[in-house]
Each structure stands twice: as C-alpha cells, then as structure tokens.
Design a protein. Structure first.
Length: 156
C-alpha cells in the first residue's frame, strides 16, 4: 500500500494538470498556432531524432496536438485527483510531459521535469490504492486495463 505522502503527491500533481487543462480549455490559450510557435522555437536546440519527431509529427497537425494536450491534461489530472487508473494514467502523463520537457518553453523546464518524475512515481507505485478508486477498480476491471497482476500470475 502506498504511503499518504505519495497519495498527496498524486493529488497535487492531478490538481496542477487539471487546473492547466481547465485554463487552456476555458481561455483557449493553447491552440494550434501556439503549439506551432513553441515547437518551431525549440527545434534548433534539439538532437536530430527529436527535431525530426517535432517537425514530422507535432508540426504536421498542431491543432490536433493542442486538442490532445488540453484534454489530456484535464483528464489525466482528474484521474490523478480521484486515484483512478493511476498506472496507465501516470505512464501517459509521463509521455505527455516528456514532450513538454523537450519541446516546451525553457522557463518551465524544471516544472515539467518535476511533474514528469511525479507521474512516473505515481505510475510505478500504484498510488491510487490509498485514498483513491484504484482499490475498487483493480477488483472490478480486467488486469490489462489497470496494469495489475492477478494472483497466480507468472508476471511480477
């Protein structure tokens, strides 16, 4: 069972993600033009594979990336707050935040890194089992959905 401290980190990380997603949705401050500007500005500082990924994938449809980022931050934050599906949500949040760390504004680099590490810790420690819905979901949902092993499984 995770500690109360990790549950608190999960909830605070969720509040940060949820509040940013809510702000981006309500104020429309993160749109395709903003994503294009931010990614284009970071391409010169990146290694060739990361620059290729940004140019080929992120700039191909920046409106879709902005949509995914706004709604992803909102829903991942909500999942962290209520402690639901924290293992897959933590891995997905880490993927989102690794993109923010590589392509985002440099003044927020440490914030992105802190949220990334928090998301990985939340995912690896099953942080939703204490003060969250994961304890219920792990009994009701299939193991492939919650990323937990069942008794008698050969996998750790």
């Amino acid at each position: 069972m995770p500690t109360f401290g990790l549950a608190l980190i999960r909830i605070v990380t969720g509040l940060v993600l949820f509040s940013n997603g809510w702000r981006w949705l309500s104020e429309s401050t993160l749109d395709g033009a903003a994503v294009g500007t931010i990614v284009t500005a970071s391409l010169g500082e990146l290694s060739a594979p990361l620059a290729w990924w940004g140019d080929t994938f992120l700039l191909y449809n920046p409106d879709a990336i902005a949509f995914l980022w706004r709604w992803g931050a909102l829903w991942l934050g909500l999942l962290f707050i209520v402690g639901a599906l924290t293992r897959p949500a933590g891995a997905l949040a880490a993927l989102f935040l690794s993109h923010a760390l590589c392509y985002g504004p440099r003044e927020y680099e440490l914030s992105f890194l802190l949220l990334l590490v928090s998301s990985l810790a939340i995912s690896s420690a099953r942080a939703g089992r204490r003060l969250g819905l994961d304890a219920v979901f792990e009994q009701q949902l299939p193991s492939w959905m919650t990323w937990t092993r069942r008794s008698g499984s050969i996998f750790p």
